[in-house]
Design a protein. Structure first.
Length: 285
């Protein structure tokens, strides 16, 4: 039985409904969080909810008091998603057309779970290729880009412009690499990990923050600094992160090898560090 949670109720997925006047549908006025599932439980949920609340304040949306952890676990167990992902979607709900006069008191909260994407273990082990696009999809300094909204057209458009299985890499209007379509990007040069700063236009990913903390704990030097595709091609290794894939080695850019053309030693070290965190989390359940 496939269940979803919508506005305080568990219902079958194929009968779940939202209003045709929901502002998330009409205007993209909403937020999402995608959380990794381990033993049916959401990993690092507090960090995701902290980001959700911060973004909700920015958009003038109230985060409801639902017990989201319990909801996610119940949904995951109902659908057998021991390992997978949960998606939290929060919109400003139904209100008059046009600009909202103030903070929204009408909300839509939708929570769903799903299994892991196919081939994820293979990609973690062997890595993925990346391609840039013919035009930028980010711009430095725009505050809205720091929030994970339901306006995801740029990312879906990016995926439509590259071959299946290839990761789209997005640049900003200054010609700097910013992130993947659904990931944050890291490059390693001479033992130093580089990742674009938030000011470049990238999302403050929860997994990104975890990698930054892991680098501190493992005494790996990390710089948040702008870089372009030429820098990435000249790096020793690179990788992509998000809360579901964890870490994918990035082994090619636009058909050219990055480093040796295979996963790097530092990438493997960070993969092992991430795995220890999730293993510890599962042991605490």
């Amino acid at each position: 039985m496939s269940l979803v949670y919508i506005n305080g109720r568990f219902v079958k997925r194929d009968v779940a409904l939202i209003s045709a006047s929901d502002r998330g549908l009409l205007y993209g006025e909403g937020l999402i969080e995608t959380v990794g599932l381990y033993n049916y439980r959401p990993f690092d949920l507090d960090a995701h909810l902290e980001r959700l609340r911060s973004s909700a304040d920015f958009l003038g949306i109230r985060v409801p008091d639902d017990d989201i952890e319990t909801v996610i676990t119940k949904l995951a167990k109902a659908d057998g998603h021991e390992r997978g992902a949960a998606r939290i979607t929060l919109t400003s709900g139904v209100s008059p057309k046009g600009p909202r006069p103030g903070p929204s008191n009408s909300l839509t909260l939708l929570i769903t779970t799903r299994s892991l994407p196919s081939g994820i273990k293979h990609k973690r082990h062997d890595g993925v290729a990346g391609e840039t696009l013919e035009w930028p999809l980010r711009a430095a300094g725009l505050p809205l880009q720091a929030h994970k909204t339901t306006s995801y057209l740029a990312s879906t458009l990016a995926f439509s412009r590259v071959p299946t299985g290839v990761e789209p890499l997005l640049e900003n209007t200054d010609g700097k690499l910013v992130e993947g379509a659904t990931t944050n990007i890291f490059a390693v040069k001479d033992g130093i990990v580089h990742t674009p700063p938030l000011s470049a236009g990238c999302l403050p990913g929860v997994a990104r923050a975890t990698i930054i903390e892991l680098c501190r704990e493992l005494e790996i030097e990390l710089l948040e600094a702008d870089f372009d595709r030429e820098f990435l091609c000249g790096c020793d290794e690179a990788f992509l992160t998000n809360s579901v894939i964890e870490i994918f080695p990035l082994i090619q850019l636009n058909g050219d090898k990055i480093g040796s053309g295979g996963p790097g030693l530092l990438t493997r070290r960070l993969q092992n560090g991430y795995m220890k965190l999730t293993t510890k989390f599962m042991g605490q359940l």
